[in-house]
Design a protein around this ligand. Structure first.
Ligand code: ZN
Length: 77
């Protein structure tokens, strides 16, 4: 399982990593960018991190192409 933390104050997201590594980056970001503020934002988890996201992206692309073909076929009729 990989994790990344989203900053609650700005659009920053940590790189994917283990929960402890990503959490430390999150803390580092707050220390550098938002000193004095409590840690906020949200955590995102993925079974295989960016690889899983990439796989999903490819599936999404395939579905989009399929939908375009269906729309194109409907238009021809
Ligand atoms: Zn931030």
């Amino acid at each position: 399982m990989n994790y990344r933390f989203w900053c609650g104050e700005c659009g920053f997201k940590t790189a994917w990593g283990t929960e402890s590594v990503a959490g430390r980056r999150h803390e580092d970001h707050y220390t550098a960018r938002h000193p004095g503020l409590p840690l906020g934002g949200q955590v995102e988890s993925a079974a295989e991190g960016p690889a899983a996201g990439g796989g999903l992206g490819c599936a999404g692309m395939a579905i989009a192409v399929l939908l375009l073909l269906i729309i194109a076929a409907a238009c021809v009729r």
